[in-house]
Ligand binder design. Structure first.
Ligand SMILES: [Fe+2]
Length: 308
């Protein structure tokens, strides 16, 4: 089934003004009706927690109310509807197929709203492989570094094996796995290492752990993350680089009941790829990890804690 990836995540939040400001400061664009879009039209949608039009809450602290998948065409919607009707209730209205996965996450499927991007990603000049033309500068413009596309969502689930089996029915394949934790899953319509990762947790934690948008490269992750810190938001983890997926990351706390990440430069895989499996641990989770600090210049006094 030609599922491309998440088109949107819908949250039912307690503090709408804080969430609106957060998403604008993160770099998404106000598209009206509390829809905040990346450059390709993928989005985060905000609603009040008690909005009667939302799917039911999961009964945990999670504020995620619906994961909206973009699919390639109507034939894929038909195939999803047929598959899910085998064992659960499905609705189809205005081109949107809705149902619930085996863990209780509300899902919607639609022909994708994504617009194709025609933008350069970050280029690196290395000896033997210069990727930038002469006179082409390496730094992005300061006003750039905007989220390009909704990359992935991570769920806390009480039964990762059962959850994975459900997504296999929709054509998702495991690209890598942390033993006893959960799989990285890639749907058939993208080469991205994952659009969904699952972490097994006790049932009371069920919900969204984080979501992220792809940036144009590691410099954009660092630039956007630095801007976000300087606006007063709290770094949670990063910047760093994951091992599985090779993606650069920087995670922040948010008022959406989950962490929010910037990421870039994820590995692409096709059906020739053989999934790896390792135990979870600090080394397995990241190649390296840094921490933000304020800018300084070597002409001034060294910052506190700097080596002399
Ligand atoms: Fe992530």
């Amino acid at each position: 089934m030609n599922i491309i990836g998440p088109d949107a995540l819908v949250f039912g939040v307690e503090d709408l003004p804080a969430c609106r400001q957060y998403l604008l400061d993160y770099g998404l664009k106000d598209a009206g009706n509390d829809r905040y879009e990346a450059l390709d039209g993928t989005a985060i949608v905000l609603r009040a927690k008690d909005d009667a039009t939302l799917p039911a809450a999961m009964g945990t602290a999670s504020l995620l109310r619906e994961t909206v998948y973009g699919v390639a065409d109507v034939a894929t919607l038909d195939a999803i509807e047929t598959e899910l009707r085998r064992d659960r209730e499905v609705s189809r209205r205005d081109g949107v197929v809705r149902s619930v996965d085996d863990m209780g996450f509300a899902l919607a499927f639609q022909v994708t709203v994504r617009r194709a991007l025609d933008m350069k990603s970050e280029r690196v000049n290395g000896p033997g492989d210069a990727q930038r033309a002469p006179n082409q500068l390496g730094l992005p413009a300061e006003d750039q570094a905007l989220p390009r596309t909704l990359s992935h969502v991570v769920y806390f689930v009480p039964d990762a094996a059962k959850a994975e089996a459900f997504y296999q029915r929709l054509g998702f394949v495991c690209t890598d796995r942390f033993t006893g934790v959960g799989p990285f899953l890639r749907p058939a319509g993208t080469l991205d290492h994952h659009t969904l990762f699952m972490i097994q947790t006790p049932p009371f934690m069920k919900g969204c752990e984080h979501f992220t948008f792809h940036m144009g490269g590691p410099t954009e992750v660092l630039l956007a993350g630095t801007r976000f810190v300087e606006k007063g938001y709290q770094s949670f983890w990063g910047p760093g680089r994951h091992r599985f997926g090779s993606n650069w990351f920087w995670y922040f706390n948010s008022p959406l009941g989950c962490h929010v990440e910037y990421d870039a430069d994820m590995d692409l895989h096709d059906d020739q790829w053989a999934a790896r499996e390792v135990p979870m641990g600090a080394d397995a989770s990241q190649l390296f990890l840094f921490q933000y600090r304020e800018k300084w210049a070597p002409s001034g006094p060294p910052p506190p804690g700097a080596a002399h």
